[in-house]
Design a protein around this ligand. Structure first.
Ligand code: UDP
Length: 464
């Protein structure tokens, strides 16, 4: 099967796929990249987002190379922020989303375009039910690590009791022993964001019916976890799903995810980074959702300042009021604050020395792929588990620990940055980061472990 020929298989059959996404930046990005891979290998992809997101994204310099269509989450005018509660949002999304997805599939069929399979974000298991109504094959796509999915699967089956008991050490085949603090926040005793847990745990309610389960990870990174879970859950890895420019470069003009919910500040960041020495800058960013307390923002600000490094700090507009007064002015000779940036471009800039991150799975995979060492400051959801693997299993970073008041203090942050940036202590971490970067790139390159899996799925789709 040749890449990019526009058809697949000896019979020349072209596979028609619908890729249905969950409306959040950290979910859209990897599914978009997976879609680009499928498209590059000859599949005809229609990418499906909610009406609200479609109407509210700032323009992209690199729009997706396939059609984007919409379904409704029941909140077309205001999206998730306009919902009365998290569960109300998901209930309406399931109801209105199912209905409008059926309409979309029918429209395609009426236009003579038979859909072969639907690829959907695992947090929307109702898409599988709709797909089955039309006799479509189904691919459940998991946007979090295999380890995290494995934990949620055990919770779903009642094999891990929630909330996890504080002193208990959790043992799961293929996984390192995990403490409560290593678990996703949703199942810890201290869960600051109740409400989303149903969504991540119920991902597994109909997985047995899916034709494939794929995860945005790569075999080499999580082979022990995958081997440990394979008798219960057959999950395949197809990642890292980041733009091809940062991995195998096989897809032309694929430098940006291409569906940005925030406005980029590329030129400002690049110009500023260009003027800094190699490996001298700390990049701090906490993704698209996490909200830090005022106290934590203050500690982070002064921790960055105390590190005596240059720093580029992403503070989303909704977080900006928490930055200490006059902090930007006081640190103007060493720091730059922006409301959003093109993270991959920043991470791959040679001036970057380390990444202070919330350990969102995309950010973690991006740092692993580019080979940037991390200071892990997990906030919620799967980030706590990702931080455990970054620091103790893959050993590409250090964890900035909470104090008794559950705040990471400025001295801790500054010490962690120094540890990673330091020429002696940080050398091993940087070496590991480079090693994982090479393995990540190899996984998606021709005949790599993830590349082979994508080929296998497509080959099975054309053979029916
Ligand atoms: N991101 C970005 N610019 C920023 C911060 C984040 O482009 O200034 C991107 C980042 O590259 C990643 C996504 O937003 O692809 C965040 O996903 P992640 O899973 O790390 O965190 P979440 O937003 O889901 O908490």
């Amino acid at each position: 099967m040749a890449d990019g020929e526009g058809k697949i298989g000896n019979n020349g059959k072209k596979v028609n796929l619908l890729v249905v996404t969950y409306p959040a930046q950290g979910h859209i990005n990897p599914l978009l990249q997976f879609s680009k891979r499928l498209h590059h290998k000859g599949a005809a992809v229609t990418f499906v987002v909610t009406k609200f997101l479609f109407n509210n994204q700032p323009n992209s310099d690199h729009p997706p190379p396939f059609p984007v269509e919409t379904i409704s989450d029941g909140h077309d005018a205001g999206g998730f922020p306009s919902a009365v509660s998290i569960s109300d949002y998901h209930d309406r999304f399931k109801h209105d989303g199912s209905q409008t997805l059926r309409d979309l599939i029918r429209r395609k069929e009426d236009a003579g375009r038979r859909i072969d399979a639907v690829v959907y974000d695992g947090v929307m298991p109702w898409v599988l039910d709709v797909g089955k109504e039309f006799g479509l094959r189904t691919v459940a796509y998991f946007t979090q690590s295999c380890a995290v999915n494995n934990i949620y699967y055990h919770v779903y089956r009642g094999e891990i009791k929630v909330p996890v008991v504080a002193e208990e050490e959790i043992r799961i085949a293929g996984m390192p022993p995990l403490t409560t603090a290593d678990m996703p926040s949703f199942i810890q005793v201290v869960n600051p964001y109740p409400g989303f847990s149903d969504v991540v745990i119920n991902q597994f309610e109909n997985v047995e019916e899916a034709d494939w389960l794929v995860c945005n990870s790569f075999y080499e990174l999580e082979h022990q976890v995958l081997e440990g879970m394979k008798n219960k859950l057959s999950m395949k890895t197809i990642g890292p799903n980041v733009p091809s420019f940062y991995t195998d470069k096989r897809i032309d003009d694929d430098r940006d995810y291409g569906f940005n919910l925030f406005k980029m500040n590329n030129e400002v960041c690049q110009k500023w980074l260009d003027a800094r020495p190699k490996a001298s800058v700390v990049f701090a960013a906490f993704g698209s959702y996490a909200t830090l307390s005022v106290e934590q923002m203050e500690e982070l600000a002064w921790g960055l300042a105390q590190s005596n490094s240059f720093f580029l700090w992403v503070v989303r507009e909704t977080e900006a009021a928490k930055v200490p007064v006059k902090f930007a002015e006081a640190t103007v000779d060493r720091g730059l604050l922006v409301p959003w940036c093109y993270q991959l471009d920043v991470l791959s800039h040679e001036s970057i020395g380390c990444f202070v991150t919330h350990c969102g799975w995309n950010s973690t995979l991006e740092a692993l792929t580019i080979g940037v060492p991390m200071v892990a400051m997990p906030q919620w959801t799967d980030q706590t588990t990702n931080a455990k693997f970054v620091t103790d299993i893959w050993k590409t970073g250090v964890r900035a620990l909470l104090d008794d008041a559950r705040i990471v203090r400025r001295t801790t942050i500054a010490d962690c940055i120094l540890k990673v940036m330091d020429n002696n202590g940080g050398t091993k971490i940087r070496k590991n980061a480079t090693k994982w970067g090479e393995l990540a790139k190899r996984a998606v390159d021709r005949d790599g472990s993830s590349d082979r899996t994508v080929d296998e799925i497509l080959a099975q789709l054309v053979s029916v």
